[in-house]
Design a protein around this ligand. Sequence first.
Ligand SMILES: Nc1ncnc2c1ncn2[C@@H]1O[C@H](COP(=O)(O)OP(=O)(O)OP(=O)(O)O)[C@@H](O)[C@H]1O
Length: 244
Amino acid sequence: MPIFPLSIHDLRFAPNGREVLAGVDLELSEEGITLVLGPNGAGKSVLLRTICGLIEPSSGSMAWGGAGGTRPQQGVMMVFQRPMMLRMAVLDNVVLGLKPLGVAGAERRRRGLEMLERVGLADRAGDSARQLSGGEQQRLALARAWLTRPRLLLLDEPTASLDPSASAAVERIIREIRTDGTRILMVTHNLGQATRLGDDIVFMAGGRVCEHTPVRAFFARPRSEEARLFIQGELPWRMRFQGA
Ligand SMILES: Nc1ncnc2c1ncn2[C@@H]1O[C@H](COP(=O)(O)OP(=O)(O)OP(=O)(O)O)[C@@H](O)[C@H]1O
């Protein structure tokens, strides 16, 4: 079932009447890494969760694979800032997504071990996943998603609590996943990371997409006033004073 282009139009989410998504318009084509930037509370995580199907929007439309297309049953995965680790071994955790795809036990194990090798966790296959460090758990979570060969991978601040070397390892894996053909939409607060990884930037503020711009142009000449202030480090203050 086709996933791209994904066309999001006037998407709103207003729990208890408070607009968290206030009319998001966004078009995602087939390739690349799109970074979602914006101040705290802009609605970045909610947007990713809505795309993933974890949040039901109040109104608006998402057309998958062209006009009228509905959400595909498979092919969209999300990895969170604090990934979920079941009380099982690393290998059992990494192959979790293969069973619903009908992959048999021995083949699951083979693919799982191969994947752990790719993310540098092969020697930890038999350890308890919950004993891994934060960076190792994030690599495991990415490996688990990657193993299902998603067409679209949603990443919500995957390096937020990691040190620079663990972040660099995660960034390397994200690049490889992209090279492997997965479209990535990722939230980050790290502007350096955005320039290292991103092809384009979606900038959000106040529950809206203010602009969607190629990464170089975004940092050289942001089109929206909100993005300009954000890059200068001023947006959260202005929004507070304006009561936004
Ligand atoms: N499931 C939900 N139901 C109702 N409100 C929610 C839900 N999830 C988040 N919110 C609210 O939506 C607003 C935006 O939250 P969101 O987590 O999307 O912001 P964000 O841009 O990701 O911010 P941050 O950078 O701090 O993570 C917040 O006020 C939050 O409390």
